[in-house]
Design a protein around this ligand. Structure first.
Ligand SMILES: Cc1ncc(COP(=O)(O)O)c(C=O)c1O
Length: 401
């Protein structure tokens, strides 16, 4: 079912090639191993060195790609991000490809801002490069989130096995596959893309059982749950759920835009999530918003973007099927309250103290201007400043009452 969803080129009656995993991370390890082994076999056959494999990705890849690279000794070549462009640039990625590149990994739904990378463009550029060089560098699509979104709401978008260089795709069942945690999938384009030597066959359970996973025994509940959801909801059911998520993401995005305080960093086409940054974070930053929102019961993470966009901080809200329109509206209201609260507070105490100290040291001609405080000194000073601030506020409230 999933292979068909991704347009695998299967003949009538032909069985798809893929495995169920614990999640996208395991799926990616397996797909990566298959690429590495295929590349090694090809280099060996050509009598070339095969000890320095690399993989090209964007710097926005999820940590599982770094794990794959380190655990399986493959160099990770990351395309750096730039201001305002937070996914892998396909042109730069193709420039980084060399004879030792086992594959280029594109993401359908970047973890950081939900954006779909341009897999079609990557495919077209790589076809050209392969033609020029005689290499046959393939593509893997990390569709951890997007794999259960794009087929339903962007069916015309070409990102999957319709593109000839896409040889494998992973997807998490526990993200938009609508199953509880612990299930992922990896599908190969066809049998030749998964080297036979990686598949083990056991027969002690009563029949031939091929296995290509990092674990052996595992519960079947998630597989049954995935199967149930697919046949219970069907194409139309998944489509309705995804459309609903998109609609709720729109409500949230528009609510945030209306405040006039945020830049939206996510795209309308992509995973139904809203990633946003403060237009002006000189007084209070996204981390303070995240922290204050916890008091209202929301866990909205704030994080910095990877190189070379690490100066950008974003907050991210992922809209799942159980995040209703009412919740979206309530979150906007709570964010407005948080902004209001922060506006009432002094600007970040540490920054203010630092400025004041530098200024007074400079005025006194003291060499304190170059004295850098220890963390403990900062801690004490910040606590002291907050105490004073709270005490002042208390007095004022009493005065008003
Ligand atoms: C793009 C991407 N790839 C891989 C993963 C890892 O997925 P899993 O948690 O299913 O192992 C994630 C998870 O956030 C992801 O967003």
């Amino acid at each position: 079912m999933i292979a068909h969803l991704f347009n695998a080129p299967l003949e009538d009656g032909e069985t798809a090639v893929g495995v169920g995993t614990v999640g996208s991370s395991e799926a990616i390890m397996l797909a990566g191993l298959a690429f590495k082994r295929k590349w090694q076999n090809k280099m060996k056959a050509q009598g070339k060195p095969y000890d320095k494999p690399n993989i090209v990705t964007g710097a926005n890849v999820q940590v599982c790609w770094e794990k794959f690279a380190r655990y399986f000794e493959v160099e990770l070549k990351e395309v750096k991000l730039t201001d305002g462009y937070y996914v892998m640039n396909p042109e730069k990625a193709v420039e980084m490809v060399d004879e030792n590149t086992i594959c280029v990994a594109a993401i359908l739904g970047s973890t950081l801002n939900g954006e779909f990378e341009d897999v079609k463009k990557l495919n077209d550029l790589l076809i050209e490069k392969n033609k020029e060089t005689g290499w046959d560098t393939p593509i893997h699509v990390d569709a951890a989130s997007g794999g259960f979104i794009a087929p339903f709401i962007y069916p015309e978008l070409e990102w999957d096995f319709r593109l000839p260089l896409v040889k494998s795709i992973n997807v998490s069942g526990h993200k938009y596959g609508l199953v509880y945690a612990g299930v992922g999938w990896v599908i190969w384009r066809n049998k030749e893309d998964l080297p036979d030597e990686l598949i083990f066959h056991i027969n002690y359970l009563g029949a031939d059982q091929p296995t290509f996973t990092l674990n052996f025994s595992k519960g079947s509940s998630q597989i049954i749950a995935q199967y149930y959801q697919l046949i219970r909801l069907g194409y139309e059911g998944y489509k309705n759920v995804m459309e609903n998520c998109q609609e709720n993401a729109r409500v949230l995005r528009e609510g945030l835009e209306k405040t006039g305080r945020f830049d939206i960093v996510s795209k309308e086409v992509g995973v139904p999530l809203v990633a946003f940054s403060l237009k002006d974070n000189s007084k209070h930053d996204e981390f303070e918003i995240s922290e204050t929102l916890r008091r209202f019961g929301w866990i909205v993470p704030a994080y910095t973007m990877p190189p070379d966009a690490q100066h950008i901080t974003v907050l991210r809200v992922v809209i799942r099927e159980d995040f209703s329109r009412t919740l979206a509206e309530r979150l906007v209201m709570d964010i407005v309250k948080v902004l209001h609260e922060l506006d009432m507070l002094p600007a970040r105490v540490k920054a203010k103290l630092a400025m004041a100290e530098e200024a007074s040291a400079a005025a006194n001609g003291s060499d304190n201007a170059s004295h850098h405080k220890t963390d403990r000194e900062w801690e004490l000073e910040v606590t002291e400043a907050w105490k004073k601030f709270v005490a002042k506020k208390k007095n004022k409230t009493k005065g008003v009452c």
